[in-house]
Design a protein around this ligand. Structure first.
Ligand SMILES: Cc1ncc(COP(=O)(O)O)c(C=O)c1O
Length: 485
């Protein structure tokens, strides 16, 4: 079996993607036996570990199943997923431009985060999703309906590409009040989710071959956007103080941008220390580069002292502060914002016009009202309190059932933690995640976020959308599986 690798990202990811696509396209049918990792590695001239990691990812995501002693087989039940996809020949990559073909490749990892229509595990520690049940839908609906009722002819015209002035003003007030980010409506550009913010940033600031410093492990949405722009990604290791630039990286030539998640490193969860924040800014000023500060869930600061965002410390106009309503409202809203240095406002507004002409106005206006009425911050206070309670239940359950078999990382902020499984290899961690899924417990290996996978097993556990009983039972079941493994 000879696989077509696309040259994008780490090798194990390429092997995984190629096999997954063959399964989804129906080229590998239910029950088909995959070659052994040894055979495939030899045939492709790859290391066995690379192929093993790819198989583990397929196992963890349920595309294949392993039968002890008799190999790996395509899992049943994927017909539905196949049927809902366009026919295999609907995408003719040869008809696409070279950048069109690149889009097909770089956007692939982003789809894994979407609702797939497949049933979700009963105790699903999926991360990146807020508690939708806690969202005050009635209040939001009221604001939305009021704006819809008052809809005037004026409101039908093209709006400003930079976004509704009312919403920008409301966001500027909120950021100044609550996040310590002093800014004005003029410095804000509304985007259709922070993913668009990353895409516009890459288009405006990154040329083919430019270096971009990325946290390792890091957010695939940012990695995809910068890769599409032709960036060379330079992985920067992360420790409990956040991104750790070494002297070589600080002096590297052609660095246009650094991407960081200081409030809650994605996915490890650590909070960047103040000295590291200051060092990153000093470096950016010296090197004349920009720093994208992705504050995707900074509102959920749960323990320790709040630290000023990079944007609040920035004296040299080097920071592009990126925020989203996906984690504090709901992701289908597709609203986010960038606070950019004055010299970049016009370029971003024009890039936004080019990309989509501007974000729809009705939701922007309703959101402006939602913020101005106090409903947003009231919701945030409640959501933070609930997440804090859930975190306490999670930590208590982990201590009770898993004890020192695991290390809990990054619990001071956000709504997910990372579990390091002491003495477990990544391969065993993937196998555990696969088995757990079979028992209705969704836990997610951190491997996809790494360019170079770690040795020790790490699982990302989101708990923001689970109730206390679900957290307790999910962890208890996970512990049972670990004991039996
Ligand atoms: C690091 C990071 N940034 C941003 C986002 C949010 O993206 P969006 O605003 O496009 O929904 C996520 C969502 O998972 C994320 O994990």
């Amino acid at each position: 079996m000879l696989l077509q690798l696309d040259g994008n990202g780490p090798l194990h990811r390429q092997v995984y993607a190629s096999l997954r696509d063959a399964i989804l396209a129906g080229d590998l049918r239910t029950g088909a036996r995959l070659p052994s990792t040894r055979e495939l590695a030899a045939e492709m001239g790859l290391s066995r570990t690379t192929v093993q990691l790819a198989f583990e990812q397929l196992l963890a995501e349920g595309y294949v199943e392993g039968r002890v002693g008799s190999g790996t087989y395509v899992a049943p039940g994927l017909e539905e997923a196949r049927d809902s996809r366009p026919p295999a020949d609907a995408t003719d990559a040869s008809r696409l431009s070279s950048s069109g073909r690149r889009i097909l490749e770089v956007a692939r990892p982003l789809l894994s985060n979407r609702a797939s229509g497949r049933p979700r595990p009963r105790w699903d520690f999926r991360h990146g999703l807020p508690s939708l049940a806690d969202f005050p839908r009635r209040s939001w609906r009221r604001h939305l309906l009021r704006r819809a009722r008052d809809f005037s002819l004026d409101a039908c015209d093209y709006g400003a590409a930079q976004g509704s002035a009312e919403l920008r003003d409301a966001i500027a007030g909120y950021l100044t009040r609550s996040r310590g980010v002093k800014c004005t409506a003029e410095e804000i550009v509304i985007v259709t989710g922070s993913q668009q913010g990353l895409d516009l940033t890459a288009r405006l600031l990154v040329d083919e071959g430019d270096a971009v410093l990325m946290e390792e492990p890091g957010y695939e949405g940012a990695r995809s956007a910068f890769t599409f722009a032709g960036a060379r990604l330079l992985p920067v290791p992360v420790d409990e103080e956040g991104m750790r630039l070494d002297a070589e990286q600080m002096n590297a030539r052609g660095v246009r941008l650094a991407y960081a998640t200081p409030s809650h490193q994605y996915p490890l969860g650590w909070v960047m220390s103040l000295p590291r924040r200051l060092a990153l800014l000093q470096w950016a000023e010296r090197a004349g580069t920009y720093v994208v500060e992705d504050d995707y869930d900074g509102e959920y600061r749960l323990g320790g002292r709040p630290l000023a965002p990079l944007r609040a410390l920035d004296r040299g106009g080097r920071v592009l502060y990126l925020g989203t309503f996906s984690k504090v409202m709901f992701p289908a809203l597709r609203l986010g914002y960038l606070v950019v240095p004055p010299a970049l406002v016009q370029p971003f507004a024009r890039a936004k016009s080019l990309a989509d002409g501007g974000t729809p106005m009705l939701e922007q206006q309703a959101l402006a009202d939602f913020i101005r009425s106090g409903s947003f911050e009231r919701h945030l206070r409640r959501a933070r309190a609930r997440i804090r309670e859930r975190r306490a239940v999670l930590i208590e359950s982990v201590a009770k059932h898993l004890g020192d078999r695991v290390e809990v990382v990054g619990a001071d902020a956000g709504a997910h933690v990372l579990l390091r499984l002491r003495g477990w290899s990544t391969a065993r961690g993937h196998e555990l995640a696969r088995r757990a899924a079979g028992e209705g417990v969704g836990v997610y290996p951190a491997t996809p976020y790494y360019l170079k996978p770690p040795r020790q097993a790490e699982l990302v556990l989101g708990y923001g959308s689970l109730n206390h009983a679900q957290i307790r039972l999910g962890i208890k079941r996970l512990a049972g599986l670990m004991t039996r493994a």
